[in-house]
Design a protein. Structure first.
Length: 443
């Protein structure tokens, strides 16, 4: 079996390990993109109620958030490749379950809710494994390039996910859910083909002792201790904790805006294909924004690049309440998301450079938990806000959240002063030496 170290000097696009990881992660991302697009629309059709559809989406987000911390502990305890494969298998099972529910004529509120919660729990538990495995496969000097490439990939998925989901739904719900199952099956296959799994995780000496096999309460305490260790480590980092709060607000504002537009277009009778193209505009903006992302992060201070992208996003979101045209909504969504690849690659790359590998699963899950903590409110804001406030009032509320988050970001000195990519490790070590130490690895 080949060793990962033999691949670390190869260019990314010739590195078999990285390409297999990318294929697996792409399958998982496509499956989740189809789920996030199709389930709200199917829920609207099945229930006829924006409030009930919003409740299904909100509970799914909540379950995903709750499952991120135990998922991070698993990613640091277990073979990350095997976790990626298992997550793909479970995703395929969930997609097949949705297909069977449609064929059996039982896809009502409760059936859709249960299956959506199952898929959302899968997303939360196994999402950290793939992210943590990337650092084991890619050297630190190429993290920004790898993350920028991933942003381009995400843009293509976002660009294709809406139209593809709309096209599949216009043909058959079974076809849409079958495609979701197939994407997760591809993710499982790609993970199984990775030659060498990530380096075995090492127990954190600062967390609780390993539980005895027959001690259920001890196992629970151990998982809680390890999960909170990642959270505590992040919150002690002055250079990271402000970013997490800003991410929480931004995710809420952006997700609420997207879901609000989808609900509003569906309620006024627009076709699934039209809604899909509006969603795809964000993918187009991300794809264009991903092209200069790696170069910008090499030349510009990360803080400057991030804050500039956030200002552009806030301005575009502030204009959204003033138009109800699907075309102009698409244009503004595309502009708002143009800086996202640079923002995500910059903050994600610095995050990976700052976090020790043995803590990465827990830290990633803790970051996701904090970043998504308010996201379950987004479908509720959309589902209950549209009947109460209409298009303009609802989107003005969403825009206000985004603008407030941007103001906080620009005023946050640790974020604003993040250096260029080449200086990430040194900058992170300064903050580590000033009072925040990583858990002993034992390696």
């Amino acid at each position: 079996m080949e060793n990962i170290s033999q691949h670390r000097t190869l260019p990314l696009w010739r590195d078999r390990q990285y390409l297999l990881w990318l294929g697996s992660d792409t399958g998982s991302a496509m499956g989740m993109a189809l789920q996030s697009f199709t389930v709200p629309l199917v829920a609207l059709v099945a229930t006829g109620s924006p409030a009930q559809a919003g409740l299904i989406a909100a509970l799914g987000q909540l379950v995903r958030v709750v499952c991120t911390l135990p998922g991070g502990v698993l990613a640091d305890r277990r073979d990350r490749r095997k976790l990626m494969a298992l997550g793909g298998v479970l995703g395929a099972v969930g997609g097949i379950g949705l297909c069977l529910a449609v064929v059996g004529g039982v896809l009502g509120f409760w059936t859709l809710l249960v299956l959506h919660l199952f898929m959302s729990a899968r997303n939360g538990v196994f999402g950290s494994a793939s992210d943590a495995a990337l650092k084991d496969l890619v050297p630190e000097s190429r993290l920004a390039s790898a993350l920028a490439a991933n942003q381009g990939r995400d843009a293509v998925i976002s660009l294709a996910g809406g139209p593809l989901g709309g096209l599949l739904l216009s043909v058959s719900q079974v076809l849409a859910f079958g495609a979701m199952a197939g994407a997760h099956a591809v993710a499982a296959l790609g993970a199984r083909l990775i030659d060498s799994p990530a380096a075995p995780p090492v127990p954190d000496s600062r967390t609780a002792e390993a539980p005895k096999p027959d001690d259920g309460s001890g196992a629970l305490r151990s998982y809680l201790a390890e999960g909170t260790a990642g959270m505590a480590w992040l919150l002690r980092r002055r250079d990271l904790r402000g970013i997490l709060l800003i991410s929480t607000l931004l995710n809420l504002g952006i997700n609420a805006s997207i879901i609000s537009v989808i609900f509003a277009l569906q309620q006024r009778g627009e076709s699934a294909a039209t809604i899909g193209w509006v969603s795809a505009s964000m993918g187009a903006g991300m794809l264009l924004g991903s092209l200069p992302a790696a170069a910008l992060l090499k030349r510009l201070p990360t803080g400057l690049a991030v804050c500039s992208g956030l200002v552009v996003m806030a301005c575009a979101m502030a204009l959204l309440p003033f138009t109800q045209s699907p075309i102009w909504a698409s244009v503004l969504f595309g502009i708002s998301i143009f800086g996202a690849p640079t923002i995500n690659a910059g903050l994600g790359g610095y995050f990976m450079a700052a976090v020790p590998s043995e803590l990465l699963g827990r830290a990633t899950s803790a970051s996701a938990l904090l970043g998504m903590a308010a996201v379950p409110l987004a479908p509720l804001i959309a589902g209950f806000g549209y009947p109460a406030w209409g298009w303009s009032g609802l989107l003005a509320c969403c825009a206000g959240i985004c603008v407030f988050a941007t103001v906080l970001a620009v005023a946050n000195r640790p974020l604003r002063t993040l250096p260029v990519q080449a200086e990430w490790a040194g900058h992170a070590s300064v903050h580590t030496n000033h009072g925040t130490t990583a858990p002993a690895s034992g390696r």
